[in-house]
Write a protein that binds this ligand. Sequence first.
Ligand code: ADP
Ligand code: MG
Length: 378
Amino acid sequence: MPDTTGTVPGRPTTTDGRPATTSGAAVRLRDLTKRYGGRAAVDRVSLDIGAGEFMTFLGPSGSGKTTTLDMIAGFTTATEGAITVDGTEVAALPPHQRDLGMVFQHYALFPHLTVARNIAFPLEQRKVPRAEIGRRVTEALRMVQLDGMADRLPRQLSGGQQQRVALARAVVFNPRVLLMDEPLGALDKKLREQLQGEIARMHRDLGITFVFVTHDQEEALALSDRIAVFNEGRIEQVGTPEELYEAPATLFVAQFLGESNVFTGHCRTPGVLSCPDGDLPVPPGATAGPEEVALVVRPERMRLLAPGDPVPGGHHHLDGTVTETVYFGAHRRVAVDLPGGHRLQLREPAGQEHPAVPGTAARVVWAVERSALVPVAP
Ligand code: ADP
Ligand code: MG
């Protein structure tokens, strides 16, 4: 089992490169478990989230992301395990004493209260003096670019604007951690991308710790300092977007983040994967063993040559037949069928001198060191 706790990177910097005056808290999960009946929804999750870090929980529906977040927030009681915020055990504290902001997929605004009153609510609960409430609400409105909307009711706002109000309300009392559960899930693509940019800016400017839940891999790659990949109640890997993409630890991670060509087989001889497509060289460092393993090659790492072309050093080749090409402007997708029927997917930069022609023979090559060997079962 790989160490999925992860190493905490350094503190973030602001938009202009200065270190943020971080008031974020470090969050530490140890063997966190939630069982419903006999079934573990979250199964011994351990993770260190750094002060000021942007950490994303990424995984398919039902993988335990919300349950984990709700245990941090205090809405769900852990069956076992520990949660500390800056070293303090929080299990016994009710949600409002945990100093955490929270944003959900559905805006959860009070429909009968104005935007300003919605944002003021957490400050009123904390008995902040009236004059200071006014000042902080104005500041929060400006941060989410809703100046001038203070007196509107939620129903007079678009979905994106309502979610901005929810963001403002979640940070107006200066929490040290902001928890977000699929906050952009209900918005259309264009609005989602716009709000992604704003969430990234808020993170840089506030300097607090963000824990963000999504099932959208592109959103996770674009926003996160690090990503924890959830599968069936466990974390399969924790790493920076680049680490996860370039060096997935499991087949699940390779397939959930980005596209992959997968060759499944066994490494009984060191350095060689025996699979239905033949014997393939594996990257250095892989050891032989009885377990089923998979060699993963990203579509953009495969290149197309003409049949019989010389194979560059350090590369491996497979010969097949081009079956499909689709033009996407900046790139072209090319499908190549191997003799056994395995279909490879390639992503070729546009403007190649000799674009692939369906029905013709072709040679596929890739640099062995740019492939990854992963266990099929974690
Ligand atoms: P995600 O947010 O990744 O989609 P969840 O954390 O919501 O996943 O759910 C993880 C698993 O726990 C699922 O199988 C879900 O059905 C189960 N689960 C969540 N909440 C409850 C509950 N209150 N009672 C029983 N099972 C639950
Ligand atoms: Mg969920």
